[in-house]
Design a protein around this ligand. Structure first.
Ligand SMILES: [Zn+2]
Length: 68
């Protein structure tokens, strides 16, 4: 059962919930999030089931300038 869960990626950004699937416009620049579900809960991701971070959310997390 665990094996199946690992093989099926949830193609959603775990910050904003936008789809990063092929054809969404965010497919090319999506970044795989290697954290597990519990870690995403800990960091208070709004969409912890998502296995990716989209480009705009990744820029925010790298710079820490979300409020600017
Ligand atoms: Zn996002």
């Amino acid at each position: 059962m665990d094996l199946i869960e690992e093989e099926v990626l949830v193609q959603v950004c775990n910050h904003c919930g936008n789809s990063v699937a092929f054809g969404s416009g965010r497919f090319v620049n999506r970044i795989p999030d290697f954290n597990d579900f519990e870690t995403r809960i800990f960091y208070e991701r709004k969409y912890p089931t998502g296995d990716f971070v989209c480009e705009s959310c990744d820029n925010n997390s790298l710079t820490g300038n979300e409020n600017e």
